[in-house]
Design a protein around this ligand. Structure first.
Ligand code: FAD
Length: 500
C-alpha cells in the first residue's frame, strides 16, 4: 500500500492499543485522515509476537478487551491466539485494517515549530528483505508502540553458557520447531512468563524446574468467570459486558488497594491460597513468600492454580538459588547443586523501550525524554502535538489505553474548534519528579531513567487507579495546554510587506 505524503494523525503501532486508538479516531474525529504505521508484517503486537507454549493473558479479557467491542470468548483468562483473533476481527469489522501500513518502522520524528508539523522518517522492508527510507508528514503523532524492545529481550550474560550441550531459548524468540517432549527443562525466572511456561511445558517434558533467584507473589485466578457466564445468559450482550467489566474493575481495584494498604493481610491471604493448592507450607515459605510486599512488583496470576497443581503432581519443581555457571550438562548453582537440563528457557524478562525507540526531535534538537513530564499519562512537556498510549501496570492495559485515546480525540477536537496548530502541556508550578512506573521490578529499574517522569500532583501524577481516572480524565480542562493558533503560523510565514 502506498504511503500518503501527509496525514492529520499518524498512529505508530498496530497492536491492541493502535487498533483501539484507530477505532476512537474514526468514531470521535471522523474528519481526520490517519494511518497506522506498523514495523512488523502483522498486526496484534504482543499477541502476535509471543509464541511460547501456553501464552495467555494474566488479566481478565472483560477488562483487557475494548469497551466498545464485547469479549465473546468462553474464558476470561484467554490464550494468545484468541486475543490476537479478537484484535484482528476488531480491525477488520471496522475497516481499520485498510489503514495499516505493514513493515513500516518509524525511525525518526522531527517537529518543526514553523510549520507545526512532524516529519517522520520510516524504514520500509520489502518482501525480499530489502529496505528503503521514506519521509511523510503529519500534524499529530500518537505513539501506540508498546513499552518494550521487539528486537531484543533481556538476556543476562550467564557464565559458561557456551559450554552447555543443550539448547538455550528466550521466550520472546520461541523457535517454532523446538521439541522438548520427554526432555528435562529448566525455566530461569519466576515472572508472568515463567509461571505460564512451567505448567504448559510440563505436559510434555520429562520434568520442568523453575529456577528463581527469589520468590514472586502469585495468586490463583479462575480462568472461567462463572458470574460472567450467568450474566451473559440472561442480559443483552452489551449490557452484560458493561456489568461484568464494572464487576471486574471493582474486584481488581479492591485487591490492589488491599495489597497496598494492608500488606500483612494480603501476604497472609496469598500464603493461605498457595498452601491450599500446593499442600506444603514449607515449600510455600521457601519458594512463594517474597521479601517485598504484594504489588511492590507485579502480582502474577495463575489460572486455576495450574502452576501449583503441576508442582503438586510432581511434574515440575521450584528451586530458589543463584546461578554459579552453566556446565555442559546443565546449570551449577551457588550451593554446588547441578540442575541437569536438555533445554534452558531464559524467562528473564523484557527490555523496556520508550516510544518504539523513536527519540522525538524538536526543531532539529533531540528531546531529552528523562527531563520531560507526562501530562495525564498521555502528552509530554517539550513535545508539541504528541501523545503516547501506556496502559496500567496494576490492571488491564486497555483500561487506561482507551481513556488515553479518547483524551487524544478530545485534544484534537479542541484544536480544531479553536483553530490551534499546536498544543503542548506545560505545568503552572514546578513539579517534583518521580519515576514514571511505580514498580520495583528488575525490568523497570533497569531502564526507567530513559523514560519521562511523572509529577507529584494531578494532572501530572500517573495514577494506577482506573475508577479515579475514568471519573476525571475526560473532564480535564484543556485550557492549561499551551496553544499556538494557526493564524500565528500564517503571520510568521508571510513576508513582512504582506503583513503590513
Ligand atoms: C507476554 C505478555 C503478556 C501480557 N499479558 C498482559 C495481560 O494479561 N494483561 C495486560 O493488561 N497486559 C498484558 N501485557 C502487556 C501488553 O503488552 C498489553 O496488554 C498490550 O498488548 C499492549 O498493547 P500495545 O498495542 O500498546 O503494545 P504492543 O502489543 O507492544 O504493540 C506495539 C506495536 O507497535 C509496533 N511498533 C513498535 N515500535 C514501532 C516503530 N518504531 N514503528 C512502527 N511500529 C512500531 C510493534 O511492532 C507492535 O506491533 C502482556 C505483555 C506481554 C509481553
Amino acid at each position: 500500500m502506498a504511503l500518503p505524503e501527509h496525514l492529520d494523525v499518524v498512529i505508530v503501532g498496530a497492536g491492541l492499543s493502535g487498533v483501539g486508538a484507530a477505532h476512537r479516531l474514526r468514531t470521535e474525529c471522523p474528519d481526520r485522515s490517519f494511518a497506522l504505521l506498523e514495523a512488523r508484517a502483522a498486526m496484534g503486537g504482543t499477541w502476535d509476537l509471543f509464541r511460547y507454549p501456553g501464552i495467555r493473558s494474566d488479566s481478565d479479557m472483560f477488562t483487557l478487551g475494548y469497551p466498545f467491542r464485547p469479549w465473546r470468548g468462553e474464558k476470561s483468562i484467554a490464550d494468545g491466539a484468541s486475543i490476537l483473533r479478537y484484535i484482528q476481527e476488531t480491525a477488520r469489522e471496522s475497516g481499520i485494517d485498510r489503514h495499516i501500513h505493514y513493515r513500516t518502522k518509524v525511525v525518526s520524528a522531527d517537529w518543526s515549530t514553523r510549520s507545526a508539523r512532524w516529519t517522520l522518517t520510516v524504514e520500509r522492508t520489502g518482501e525480499d528483505g530489502g529496505t528503503e527510507r521514506r519521509t511523510l508528514t503529519c500534524d499529530f503523532l500518537y505513539s501506540c508502540a508498546g513499552y518494550y524492545d521487539y528486537e531484543r529481550g533481556h538476556a543476562p550474560d550467564f557464565p559458561g553458557v557456551e559450554l552447555f550441550r543443550g539448547q538455550v531459548v528466550h521466550p520472546q524468540f520461541w523457535p517454532e520447531d523446538l521439541a522438548y517432549e520427554g526432555k528435562r527443562v529448566v525455566v530461569i525466572g519466576s515472572g508472568a512468563t515463567a509461571v505460564t511456561l512451567v505448567p504448559s511445558m510440563a505436559r510434555d517434558a520429562a520434568h520442568v524446574t523453575m529456577l528463581q533467584r527469589s520468590p514472586t507473589w502469585i495468586t490463583p485466578l479462575r480462568s472461567r468467570d462463572k458470574a460472567a457466564d450467568r450474566l451473559r445468559a440472561f442480559l443483552p450482550e452489551n449490557a452484560a459486558y458493561r456489568v461484568i467489566r464494572t464487576k471486574n474493575i471493582m474486584i481488581s481495584t479492591g485487591i490492589y488497594q488491599l495489597c497496598r494498604r494492608r500488606p500483612d493481610t494480603a501476604r497472609r491471604l496469598l500464603n493461605k491460597l498457595a498452601v491450599r493448592f500446593l499442600g506444603d507450607p514449607d515449600a510455600v515459605r521457601e519458594h512463594f513468600t517474597p521479601s517485598y510486599d504484594p504489588w511492590d512488583q507485579r502480582l502474577c496470576a495463575i489460572p486455576d492454580a495450574d502452576l501449583f497443581r503441576t508442582i503438586r503432581k510432581g511434574r515440575a519443581s521450584v528451586v530458589t538459588d543463584h546461578i554459579d555457571t552453566f556446565v555442559p550438562e546443565g546449570i551449577r548453582l551457588k550451593t554446588g547443586r547441578v540442575l541437569e537440563a536438555d533445554v534452558v528457557v531464559t524467562a528473564t524478562g523484557l527490555r523496556l523501550l520508550a516510544f518504539g525507540g523513536i527519540t522525538p526531535h524538536v526543531d532539529g534538537r533531540a528531546v531529552d525524554l528523562s527531563r520531560q513530564f507526562v501530562w495525564r499519562g498521555a502528552m509530554l512537556t517539550g513535545v508539541p502535538n504528541f501523545a503516547v498510549c501506556v496502559g496500567y501496570t496494576n490492571a488491564s492495559w486497555t483500561l487506561r489505553a482507551d481513556l488515553t485515546s479518547r483524551l487524544v480525540c478530545k485534544v484534537l477536537n479542541h484544536m480544531k474548534r479553536h483553530g490551534y496548530a499546536a498544543v503542548e502541556p506545560h505545568p503552572d508550578r514546578e513539579l517534583s519528579a518521580r519515576p514514571l512506573l511505580d514498580l520495583a521490578s528488575g525490568y523497570v529499574r533497569r531502564s526507567i531513567d530513559a523514560f519521562p517522569r511523572q509529577g507529584d500532583r494531578a494532572p501530572w501524577k500517573v495514577r494506577q487507579n482506573y475508577p479515579l481516572d475514568a471519573a476525571t480524565t475526560l473532564r480535564t480542562s484543556l485550557r492549561s495546554l499551551r496553544a499556538t493558533p494557526r493564524s500565528a503560523l500564517r503571520e510568521a510565514s508571510e513576508p513582512v510587506e504582506a503583513r503590513r
